[in-house]
Design a protein around this ligand. Structure first.
Ligand SMILES: [Mn+2]
Length: 418
């Protein structure tokens, strides 16, 4: 059985806070990525198209998306491909109500509640080539481990489990709510040949035998969702040797480029040239082909003679607008809250004053030779528990690359920044 596995499509996300044209393009891109996944299924002669939840971002569904989805479902039907869609926390509930109440064609199975359904996947002649067992979220805050309700597979044909779940302790899970939580150990031993999962937007294989796989979001939606995004093409014809390949499909990529060492950038033109060069270097390193669109965030850091301008919103807007033109990206934002005046850290570190003492202490803490006296984990945001070693590492992390900022703040040269 060959199939395509997608997850977390989030159609009709609002993308609030961006210009109307960018928002429209981002919403189009989610549909475009979905269309490309359908193209892939048709081209590769897949028998099933699996959606592991969060097909929709919420209750609202645009006319455009409604027409689009039905069109894609019909394309799959024309090619004898079965679409199985298990709902997630963003699109929970039975298909009779809400955005899922579309006039789906007969090849579509929507599983919108917590009762597992085992669906036979036929070949072109109607003979089953495998089974997909799906279970959906009935509510937006499913507390139960739905995987425990799935029946133990039996028989000679490949069996796939389809589920929107937060697998306990999987990388990136912290960024998502623990809805329908499940245990990797149980999934591995449950008897399925492949677990098609959704919910955690970071693409990953949690296990290889059998494959337990998060497809990741089909099209990135925030700056936290970087890198290529797309679908998995899976072939279980040989149950002992599943063939799994990732296909990048998202037309838009989200990335962040950090630029520091701006001591010599003493004019708008020089600053923009530096950013332009960093952007070119990034694209060369990533070897992304033409045709990809970008939502880019440029983070300016460290010492720069332009620190005063870069903290003014109106000036930052000019930088963002000009950089958007120079780079030709779809959208671009500039973050510059870590820039500071140029001060000679080395010179100040050698002095016997308070600043010198602070700089020497910071360096010693980074090297692990000193601790910040009297520091209580309760005083720090971003760390839990009272493990002394973890606290030390955390503080060392905080003190990385801060000398210039420390010096600038203590010297008071930042006065009158706004
Ligand atoms: Mn999601």
């Amino acid at each position: 059985m060959r199939f395509v596995h997608v997850a977390d499509v989030h159609l009709d996300t609002s993308f609030a806070g961006r210009s109307e044209s960018v928002r429209r393009r981002l919403r189009e891109a989610s549909r475009e990525a979905f269309r490309r996944a359908v193209d892939l299924a048709i081209r590769e002669d897949a028998r099933a198209f699996l959606v592991a939840g969060d097909l929709f971002d919420g209750e609202r569904l645009s006319f455009q998306t409604e027409r689009f989805l039905l069109e894609q479902a019909h394309r799959l039907r024309e090619h004898g491909i079965t679409l199985v869609y298990a709902t997630g926390n963003h699109d929970p509930g039975a298909p009779e109500r809400g955005p899922r109440a579309l006039a789906w064609p007969g090849n579509v199975h929507v599983v919108g509640d917590g009762t597992p359904r085992r669906i036979a996947i036929p070949d072109r002649d109607g003979r089953p080539v495998g089974f997909v067992t799906a279970v959906g979220h009935a509510t937006s805050r499913e507390p139960e481990d739905l995987s425990r309700r799935m029946p133990r597979p039996v028989g000679e044909l490949p069996e796939v489990g389809l589920l929107h779940t937060q697998v306990h302790a999987s990388p990136g899970a912290d960024a998502h709510h623990a809805y329908a939580p499940s245990e990797l150990g149980w999934l591995v031993r449950a008897g399925y040949d492949y677990w098609a999962l959704g919910h955690v937007h970071l693409r990953q294989m949690l296990a290889e035998d059998p494959p337990v796989v998060y497809a990741g979001s089909l099209q990135g939606r925030t700056h936290a969702e970087t890198g290529a995004r797309g679908a998995y093409l899976v072939d279980l014809s040989d149950r002992g040797a599943p063939a799994i390949s990732f296909r990048a499909l998202a037309p838009i990529r989200w990335e962040t480029v950090r630029v520091d060492g701006l001591q010599d950038a003493d004019s708008l033109d020089r600053l923009e040239r530096r950013v332009g060069a960093a952007w070119e270097a990034f694209r060369t390193r990533e070897a992304v082909g033409p045709g990809t669109e970008w939502v880019l965030r440029v983070v300016l850091e460290g010492a720069t003679p332009l620190w005063r301008e870069l903290r003014r919103e109106a000036d930052l807007d000019v930088v963002a607008r000009e950089l958007r033109e120079i780079t030709g990206v779809l959208d671009l934002g500039v973050v510059a809250d870590r820039v500071h005046p140029v001060v000679s850290v080395e010179e100040h570190r050698a002095r016997p004053d308070v600043l010198g003492e602070v700089l020497r202490l910071a360096a010693a803490v980074r090297r692990g030779e000193e601790r910040v006296p009297g520091l209580d984990p309760g005083d720090l945001a971003g760390i839990a528990g009272d493990d002394a070693r973890a606290l030390e590492r955390y503080v060392q992390g905080l003190l990385r690359d801060v000398d210039g900022e420390l010096a600038a703040r203590l010297l008071g040269v930042e006065g009158g920044a706004r």
